[in-house]
Design a protein around this ligand. Sequence first.
Ligand code: C2E
Ligand code: MG
Ligand code: MG
Length: 583
Amino acid sequence: MATHDDLFPYTFRDSPIGMVVMDHSGRYLEVNEAFARILGRSADELANRHFAEYTHPDDLPRDVELMNRLAVGEVPFYQVHKRLLDRDGDTIWVRVTVSDVVTLDNSVHHYVAQVEDITEIRRARDLLERRTLYDPLTGLANRTLLMERLDRALDSHEPRLATVACIFLDVDHFKVVNDSLGHDAGDTMLVEIARRIEGAVRSADTVARLGGDEFVVIVEDVMGVGAAKSVLHGIAAAVNQPFHVESHELEPSVSGGLAMAAPGLSAESLVRNADMAMCAAKQNGRACVEVFDESMRQSALTKLSIESELRSAIRDGELVVHYQPVVDLETHETVAFEALVRWQHPVRGLLLPDEFIPISEDANLVVPLGSVVLHEACEFLAARPHFTGRVFVNVSTRQIGTADLAQVVRSALETSGASPHQLGLEITESGMLLATASARADLKALTDLGVDLILDDFGTGYSALSSVLQNPVAGLKLAREFTLRLGDRGTGDRISTAMAALTRSLSMYGVIEGIETEAQFAIARRHGWQLAQGFLFGHAVAATDISLGLPVTPTPLLSEDATDVVVDSTGPVPRWLEQTARR
Ligand code: C2E
Ligand code: MG
Ligand code: MG
């Protein structure tokens, strides 16, 4: 019968945990099968080899130190996580428990090590750590890791020697790229920008992505604001290089804000200051940089208060809609009105959209705001059954797709009883190019309803007309920028003529915007424009100031020198224009 002593060699051999007996120099005297398996070798192959041969070089000094402490009896055993190298040189993470074994007579000292493969556990932990601390798209630090590093940098820096700077970056026009070229192209661009930012800073600096198109860089050990500024300029220049995505050449740019650490300033506040500086830079135009100063906090507060005021203004009915006539250049009749929102502010008076539409977009208020305007515009139509023209309502890109615009329009039409055929929606190029399925579904549902889609401010975006026209566009409005160039006998005139001809040949109706003078009016006619809008024909006024019994356009429409205009009226005229009631 086998004794316990006889059993021991089998226990050693068959143990599922790797086991090794080493002499005092670290040479393997005996290894079991499980250990050999971890290293992807046979037990025979390992006999008499030295443990250092299979240990990751970076872990070796610590192993040697611990074994020495064990040898002198400083510790009874030790346990470490270390890296072994297998046959292919790949890393295997193991947990090793090493103890000193001494024979009773103290004649022989051995080490016994128990070795467990923890590569999988380690991998899972690394993955989890990556998920919680890194941005999955770019591999950069995420907000959590950024704040951790910034806290540490602020705690450990020596203010008299150098300081810490925080740079906040936002990609310019990222939404246009994402919306027009699709999310994959947007992602590719973000990854490339991340790489460029990393390439422009020292490896010790932390680059983080906060989500969306926002990046933050922590620059440690920087001598002062001047040095930090040159880092920022370096980043901006690195980003601003041509870049190809699908067959498009883009030249990405960033707006950047810089804030410097100051005594008592928390990591949160430092990032917020840099963010405010970035917003100030954006306001100065794209591809700008700004350094934080206290006045920026003040203007951010003002913006916040406008935001909250606007929220209640929408609820309390302080938004009003004014209507600007769109006239037929030949008959001088008003064939449509553009609905333009205004804010009747109790203290600041009547505010124009430029003062609050951008804020409403940032504050997610553009959907409720748009709904108010749509309902008003439909009420306007319903209250004027004899007016057979249209009302054009401006729609912000953010209303399309995500907020079920078609449903809002349907409800406005139903509550008022207005006809969908009298409603037109003015959408900008980026809105027409939205790539998401829900956006496409929204635009399709609107045309199915019988509502016209009109391309607004045409010529101010970057898109190819062909891609815009993939949508069923009924009309096109030429941006005011081109009207200002009418009569230049150059590009202005050529673009105007070409666009007038194009809209006609596509059986779309074309509106030229911003006609202020008789001369512009005459040229627009000569170029073949059918419809026009502008102060010459009338400003936007409250619905109550519009009486359809009277001409809406009191100004004389033709000047003396304009009598010889030749109107190209060969193209088809949309039927609703012919049918518009003469008042
Ligand atoms: P837009 O759609 O291009 O509207 C035309 C703008 O040009 C209006 O400015 C109008 O008053 C102005 N305008 C018209 N004729 C002339 C002219 O002869 N000369 C000059 N200098 N300007 C002229 P407004 O009302 O300030 O609106 C500005 C922009 O705000 C609009 O540009 C539109 O993009 C946006 N907007 C207006 N109402 C709404 C709305 O209800 N929702 C949304 N999302 N945006 C709106
Ligand atoms: Mg418009
Ligand atoms: Mg416009």
